[in-house]
Write a protein that binds this ligand. Structure first.
Ligand code: SF4
Length: 362
């Protein structure tokens, strides 16, 4: 039977189609909503959501104090706001936050849901409805191999690797406690899929002051996270690019793009990036500034590019000299974050080292 969650239940899973349908009839068009006082309070709620997503500490409270309609609308508005910012990492942060939030409410459902009812299958009816919409047969103890591989590819824990799984006739066995984790991962993929939205420019213009404040907080937070630049913590791929640059080798377009986006993401400004390229014996200031400004979004396009992930680096032949930390990451920025955290300058006694790397961030 098709279970119809209450508005309160939908509040905790605002990405569900039923949740989005629920608010469509409640609010006027986005354009007029943004101009009235109700719109103002919803935007503030959405901004809080984006702030929560970039905060290093995630706290989820089982009780949601705002109205169900407002909470669901704030979810949709937060997606519009990050689409206006159009920064891949910020979008990733928000989608990861939403997936974590959904996971929290799912595993703690008994605490907050007055309608909680456990079915004979051992799962609540809300969980089953959620899993059905996300296309996961939660009550089954196995999953088609292709679905499994797609879902777990961003997960780096050994227990998810195919060599550690029991395979039978094209299916992978899934333990009960792992199924919520796979639901979380599916949620992340589903809500990431259509971001960034194509938001009309006049909407982004109306949101501009809020967007600017989010960008500022986010950049400050990134700077805090990465701190002072530490070239010793660069991953081997980036070290190789810097070495090639210094040695006078002409970097390929893909190499320049990867290095520029990487060093921009860890906090180098345009002048500092140009300074790094000045190490090249055939440094051309004008050409360099043009390329750097284009890649960092200051060249008029407004698009700020993000450093390629390890998979893309492999495809372009830039993934070289892999080491042990590389086994635990899927992005050069994750490598940098890990190595910097445990570099000799910051390492505390007993902390993991490069020979004994910490668990990979998801
Ligand atoms: S695995 Fe990733 S971080 Fe390591 S060298 Fe390759 S691209 Fe760089």
């Amino acid at each position: 039977m098709d279970y119809k969650p209450s508005p309160k239940e939908l509040t905790h899973f605002p990405f569900l189609k039923k949740a989005q349908d629920h608010i469509k009839a409640r609010f006027s068009t986005l354009d007029s909503l943004l101009k009235d006082t109700k719109g103002e309070s919803l935007i503030n709620l959405a901004i809080t959501r984006v702030h929560d997503s970039i905060s290093p500490k995630k706290i989820f409270a089982p009780v949601v104090s705002d109205s169900a309609d407002d909470e669901i609308a704030a979810y949709a508005l937060a997606r519009i706001i990050v689409s206006c910012v159009n920064d891949k990492q910020l979008i990733d942060r928000l989608t990861r936050y939403e997936a974590e939030r959904m996971y929290y409410f799912l595993v703690n459902e008994e605490e907050w849901n007055q309608n909680y009812r456990l079915e004979d299958t051992g799962y609540s009816r809300l969980c089953i409805a959620l899993a059905n919409e996300l296309g996961i047969q939660i009550i089954q103890d196995r999953m088609p191999l292709t679905d499994y591989v797609e879902l777990v590819s961003p997960l780096h824990e050994d227990r998810f690797r195919l060599v550690n799984r029991h395979l039978s006739q094209g299916f992978v066995e899934i333990k009960k406690e792992e199924r919520y984790e796979l639901l979380r991962e599916r949620t992340r993929l589903v809500i990431r899929h259509d971001l960034p939205h194509k938001v009309p420019s006049f909407i982004c213009e109306q949101l501009a002051p809020k967007v600017t404040s989010i960008k500022k907080v986010y950049q400050e937070q990134m700077l805090q996270q990465f701190g002072a630049i530490d070239e010793n913590a660069f991953p081997p791929c980036m070290q190789a690019l810097v070495l090639a640059l210094t040695g006078g080798t002409n970097l390929t377009h893909a190499g320049r793009f990867a290095l520029t986006t990487f060093i921009h993401s860890i906090g180098m400004n345009v002048a500092e990036i140009a300074g790094m390229y000045a190490r090249s014996p055939d440094f051309d200031p004008e050409k360099t500034m043009y390329q750097v400004e284009h890649i960092t979004g200051r060249g008029g396009s407004g698009t700020e590019y993000t450093a390629p992930a390890c998979a893309a680096m492999k495809t372009t032949g830039l993934c070289v000299n892999r080491d042990k930390i590389c086994e635990t990451v899927n992005h050069p920025l994750n490598y940098y974050r890990q190595k910097k955290k445990y570099s000799p300058k910051t390492k505390k006694e007993g902390a993991p080292t490069t020979d004994n790397p910490p668990a990979s961030p998801r």
